[in-house]
Design a protein around this ligand. Structure first.
Ligand code: LMR
Length: 344
């Protein structure tokens, strides 16, 4: 009898357990409403090296908002500006190994892994921002983006910053002779390093996040950058002579890890493509105005601003001719000729 009661008790416990278990597990997974469907959320970690209040910083923010609203929160974009996660030297590897899923390096920095992008660094190749934009929106832009695939990268598109200007710590730069023997910072790019050498400067490639420190150590006398980068990093406070030279263009290739891109559903890919198109349009409308506003602020601060005359520009252009010759010799591509057919 005792055995009978014991077995009945065990069976009763099992039955109660079986009935209660599904409700219990349901409660466990749904007890926190925020966690429901968490597994379906895709997170894109997007790292870049500039300040938030710059053409790239603000376009990235715009892109994030577009993606998150178009996907109803199913895709999250986490932004890491100012090189806080990875800098110029580490972000490309971090992207390739999927530590981060998105970066937007300058054309110059992309040229270190995809050499044909060097074409965009050639000085005085473009007349104005509109010309750059229409060329990059054409088959030429598509060709450049498609070349990133060989490196395991998915090229989403281009964002502009603007034309580069020169700044200097001691006196205004006008002539090529003003560079002679001075320390010049450039981004890491074959063309830009050669450009500095042709100017007669002692040229070094320095990561963007190191520039302020190197100025303080008196290792940079002269450098080129866009007005928004010069302003947002306060370079003008230490190097207050600005030469408006518009000698080269600085913009970005927006890149995603190719395997990560392939892992996304078609719907998510479409959301990202649409968000990217809208962000690029926003960038196209606003980048130039942001650079102009920063120039105004630096004028008010009291920097010395000079504009290169046409004659001075001609002197710089003559100095840079060997860059074009070297590019043609080193690259088996007619990208330069294609661009020149449009810009001439
Ligand atoms: C620089 O290194 O000067 C620029 O690449 C920074 C940027 O990304 O605009």
């Amino acid at each position: 009898m005792r055995m009978y009661i014991g077995s009945a008790g065990i069976i009763l416990c099992l039955v109660i357990g079986l009935i209660a278990y599904p409700n219990f597990t349901k409660q466990q997974t749904a007890y926190d409403a925020e966690q429901v469907g968490l597994n379906e959320i895709v997170t894109i970690r997007f790292s870049h090296v500039v300040a938030e209040n710059t053409p790239k910083g603000r376009t990235a923010l715009y892109f994030k908002k577009q993606v998150e609203s178009k996907s109803n929160g199913k895709i999250r974009v986490e932004l890491y500006p100012n090189g806080m996660l990875y800098n110029d030297e580490t972000e490309m590897d971090a992207l390739k190994t999927n530590q981060i899923q998105m970066i937007a390096p300058t054309y110059s920095k992309i040229s270190t892994v995809v050499p044909s992008w060097e074409v965009l660094d050639l000085p005085f190749l473009f007349k104005d921002e509109q010309q750059v934009q229409s060329i990059l929106n054409s088959a030429i832009g598509k060709e450049l983006l498609s070349k990133t695939k060989e490196e395991g990268l998915h090229g989403l598109g281009f964002w502009q910053n603007g034309f580069k200007q020169m700044i200097s710590n001691e006196r205004s730069i006008r002539h090529v002779s003003d560079f002679k023997g001075r320390s010049m910072r450039t981004m890491n790019s074959n063309i830009l390093l050669q450009q500095g050498m042709l100017l007669g400067a002692r040229t070094n490639a320095i990561s963007f996040d190191e520039v302020n420190k190197k100025i303080d150590e008196e290792k940079i006398d002269v450098q080129e950058n866009t007005l928004s980068n010069i302003f947002s990093k306060s370079f003008y406070k230490k190097e207050p002579y600005i030469t408006l030279s518009n000698h080269g263009i600085l913009g970005y290739g927006v890149l995603m890890n190719e395997s990560f891109w392939e892992s996304l559903s078609e719907t998510n890919q479409q959301v990202i493509t649409n968000a990217m198109n809208e962000a690029s349009q926003w960038n196209e409308k606003n980048a130039q105005a942001m650079n102009e506003a920063d120039l105004k602020a630096m004028k008010q601060y009291g920097t010395t601003i000079v504009t290169l005359s046409e004659k001075e520009k001609e002197e710089w252009k003559r100095t840079f001719i060997p860059l074009y010759d070297t590019f043609k010799k080193q690259h088996q591509t007619d990208l330069l000729q294609q661009i020149q057919r449009i810009t001439k």
